[in-house]
Design a protein around this ligand. Sequence first.
Ligand SMILES: Nc1nc2c(ncn2[C@@H]2O[C@H](COP(=O)(O)OP(=O)(O)OP(=O)(O)O)[C@@H](O)[C@H]2O)c(=O)[nH]1
Ligand SMILES: [Mg+2]
Length: 237
Amino acid sequence: MSPPPVSISVVLPMYNEEKNAENAVKSLNRVLSDSFDDYEILVVESGSTDLTRDIADSLADSNPAVRVIHQINREGLGSAIRLGFANARKDFILYIDSDEPFDVEEIARVIPMLDPRTALIGYRIGERESFKRKLFSRVYNTLVQLVFRLGVRDVNFSMKLIPRTHLQKLDLRANGCFYDAELLAELKRAGIPVTEIGFAYNQRQYGMSSLDRLPVILNILREMLVYLLRRKRRVTP
Ligand SMILES: Nc1nc2c(ncn2[C@@H]2O[C@H](COP(=O)(O)OP(=O)(O)OP(=O)(O)O)[C@@H](O)[C@H]2O)c(=O)[nH]1
Ligand SMILES: [Mg+2]
């Protein structure tokens, strides 16, 4: 199949991913180089305390399609992804996690679906690893669904692909983990159609979740409230 006549930027957020960084970048590079003439991998690394920073730099040194942005301090996943979005230069912008929650080869399946009018978002096929994660995911998805009426299966799955022209219409400000819900709520507000695609879920193999913490969850609720107030102000004449 000949490559599509479009380009893609993939944003990979990284915090303390020394065991995943190289594999994530290399496997992504394999898929993208097979499928696109024009692509970039944009690693956003923030305040890692392990070797992630150096590994990311050396991956960029050895491959011109890889760029790295460092945030000196860890300022939240939403802030890192926004920084990636702001620096992405291609027609379509995709973000995925660096611990590969699905097989990146699967990205090839998405390519025939690329459409400048539509955002593509992934949902998890398969169970989360623990009762606690399952419960949190269920409660959070239900809450966001009730508040924003998004009509999607999985709010937080880290595969979201947005045409650049649409991304520019979104008012994204969440610095923490509310960013996924904010992105979907903004897509809805802007009237941008969303197509969902299922991915078989792989549990993290190396390293630890950096987001599975009570303060992170409380911050999501705070950011949701801030967003709701902002929306209210925006629609009030
Ligand atoms: N740049 C940046 N990346 C982050 C930050 N926090 C988390 N990440 C990355 O964001 C992605 C998601 O974080 P995870 O720790 O995997 O969160 P999770 O998927 O809920 O947890 P697991 O299910 O255990 O994998 C990973 O690629 C992390 O390296 C941050 O503050 N800055
Ligand atoms: Mg993860």
